[in-house]
Design a protein around this ligand. Structure first.
Ligand SMILES: NC(=O)c1ccc[n+]([C@@H]2O[C@H](COP(=O)([O-])OP(=O)(O)OC[C@H]3O[C@@H](n4cnc5c(N)ncnc54)[C@H](O)[C@@H]3O)[C@@H](O)[C@H]2O)c1
Length: 333
């Protein structure tokens, strides 16, 4: 927290404007609900037009002042349009939540190139675009404001099982650190926070449905429909209590694993499913983010900050860095 800044009284947020990308589901939608409790106006953006329309209808029925803008955050022109529409409609932005994101598994040398392009495009360039178009206008506004960027705990603590995702999130941490240093350097009335969740119960496991056609993997690397159904079966079985190992055995009894995927990769899909399903409830997470970023002006926000493997990994990473040692994963593969 920057001690020279006055802590905002949340009552001040009535009538102010929040822009939230990835606002049609999960953490983004829960954050929108929290902002509405404060009487804020909302610009919600998402790639999923149907989910966005449903959310708009639902929130307008609750008398929310809201605009919705279909956006692919990986496309600069879409985010520029979101920014223009927000300023045309509301005339300001007070909280910018660069939150849209997708998941991506795979070791660095195994993950298909399109997985890299998709993860870096949405998770990193989505945030870069938000910062690029909104922040100069927020600075010009010359009012107190907040920029929240969603990274992940894996952007701070090492993990080797999901390289495209971890790399994109590590870069978002660095981007947000430089953003906040920039705010301090020019004495801006803005404060940045980087949000680093552990496991939160959302729709993140189903983010494949948001992958655009031009980034589908070529046939040699793509899953067959049967293999995609197999992965869904692993998720369903794990959700109903089957162990990840057993779920993989059942789901892939008669079909080969998807290209370049090992047994361990498939078991990890089950482990991640389990962790997300048993994760922190999403509204609890959004309320914590709101409190720490807006009311307390914390910079690093770790909703599951005390989760043991990651806490240890953060400390270990710092130790290993200084000692020149090899990186260590939060859990053994
Ligand atoms: N759920 C977790 O355990 C967890 C952990 C760490 C970080 N995160 C991060 O939290 C953020 C929110 O994810 P969530 O868990 O709420 O998942 P979610 O899938 O419920 O919500 C993500 C939203 O982003 C939207 N989206 C996807 N691609 C987009 C694009 N190109 N442009 C615009 N919108 C797009 C989706 O349609 C969806 O509505 C993401 O950045 C994610 O990486 C989540």
């Amino acid at each position: 927290m920057n001690s020279e800044r006055t802590v905002t009284n949340v009552k001040d947020l009535k009538g102010k404007v929040a822009v939230i990308t990835g606002g049609a589901s999960g953490i983004g939608l829960a954050f929108a609900r929290r902002c509405l409790q404060e009487g804020m106006q909302l610009a919600l953006a998402d790639i999923d037009k149907n989910a966005l329309a449903k959310v708009e209808q639902e929130l307008k029925a609750e008398k929310a002042e809201i605009i919705t803008v279909p956006v692919d955050v990986s496309k600069a022109e879409d985010v520029e349009n979101l920014c223009n529409q927000t300023y045309e409609h509301f005339g300001s932005t007070d909280i910018l939540f660069n939150n849209a994101g997708v998941g991506g598994m795979g070791l660095a040398h195994v993950a298909p190139l399109n997985d890299w392009k998709w993860n870096i495009g949405v998770n990193l360039f989505g945030v870069i675009h938000g910062v690029h178009y909104f922040v100069p206008r927020m600075i010009k506004q010359d009012t107190e404001g907040y920029v929240l960027n969603t990274a992940s705990i894996v952007g701070l603590a090492l993990t080797h099982v999901e390289a495209p995702y971890s790399v994109s999130k590590g870069a978002v941490v660095m981007l947000t650190e430089t953003l906040q240093l920039g705010f301090q350097a020019i004495n801006a009335k803005l404060h940045a926070s980087v949000v680093c969740p552990g496991f939160i119960t959302t729709n993140i496991l189903h983010s494949e449905q948001h992958r655009p056609a031009d980034l589908q993997n070529p046939e040699t690397e793509a899953m067959t429909p049967e293999q995609a159904a197999g992965i869904e079966m692993i998720q369903k079985l794990v959700a109903s209590g089957t162990s990840p190992k057993e779920a993989v055995k059942i789901a892939f009894k008669d079909i080969p694993f998807p290209p370049r995927r090992t047994l361990q990769d498939m078991i990890e899909i089950g482990i991640f499913t389990n962790l997300v399903i048993k994760g922190m409830p999403v509204q609890e997470c959004a309320d914590l983010i709101f409190r720490e970023a807006i009311e307390e002006q914390k910079f690093y926000i770790l909703p599951n900050g005390t989760m043991r493997p990651y806490r240890e990994a953060i400390l270990k990473r710092a130790e290993n860095t200084l000692a020149g040692k090899d990186p260590e994963a939060p859990w053994k593969r």
